[in-house]
Design a binder for this molecule. Sequence first.
Ligand code: C2E
Ligand code: MG
Ligand code: MG
Ligand code: MG
Length: 278
Amino acid sequence: AKASGGRARVEVYDEALGPDEVDQLQLETELRHAIDSGELRLFYQPIVSLADSSLLGYEALIRWQHPTRGLLAPGAFLSAAEDNRLTSRLGAWVLHQACGDAAGWDHHLRVHVNISARHLAEPGFGDLVSDALERSGLPADRLELEITESTALFAAESTLRAVSEVTERGVTLALDDFGTGYSAITALHRLPIHTVKIDRSFVADVVTEPATAALVQGLLHLGQGMGLQVIAEGIEDKAQADWLREHGCAMAQGYAFGRPAPLSRGSRGHRVLGVPSH
Ligand code: C2E
Ligand code: MG
Ligand code: MG
Ligand code: MG
């Protein structure tokens, strides 16, 4: 009975899942394996001061060096990390890796780590952050966690608890993709946000579309009025950088300043290559 039950289950799956879903399931299985077999990588993208292009820190961006599919960006596989255990394992790997890497950088450089909504709401998230800081020796004030507006919108009790646990330690929070969610104002009101990152969809049109320019000015105003740090994401050219600098944006990230790149191991510990002097 056991064997036929197992077979029946397999048949149901075969009928129920289209090619895309099978692909997602397969990816999920492979992703579990990828964490243990060392196929995940962190790339780092510089965050700079718009005043003088000086380096302030890096954002960690996950990549998967897949054995047959090649180097995968998060858009290709993060959605396969559907269940909570996998989300947590992946998030833990990223946090430990990023804190370990950053501990070897110059002491003024900060590291930004993207956190998924589901992981933040998991019990034990605060302990994970403490553990990653302790093991790496990275001072808490050099770690910034990036959350999206949707995370904040659905801020559960457990999320709020985790947020106060980590911010009490000195870790700071950035609101990512600022302006794209429905809850920007609520999020800023409810959570101890330190930085807002203006989404690159706005930056892309800021020079050419007056309406977008007005919107970005509004976001800058709001951020500054609340005493927040503001980072413009996705700056690709000088005109965008100039516009944002002239309108009072202090910090930036984008291909114009450096693409996400892997760390290279130098003789004096970890070093990041590929930061243009601009
Ligand atoms: P994000 O946190 O908003 O990261 C910025 C994304 O914009 C990155 O894409 C980056 O490569 C890209 N980008 C940066 N500058 C430019 C530019 O000038 N032009 C253009 N066109 N793109 C630019 P990426 O690496 O594919 O990551 C996509 C998203 O995946 C991230 O968006 C973040 O939400 C998520 N993500 C990345 N790494 C992690 C991670 O370790 N954990 C979690 N939970 N999510 C991650
Ligand atoms: Mg981010
Ligand atoms: Mg973003
Ligand atoms: Mg984004």
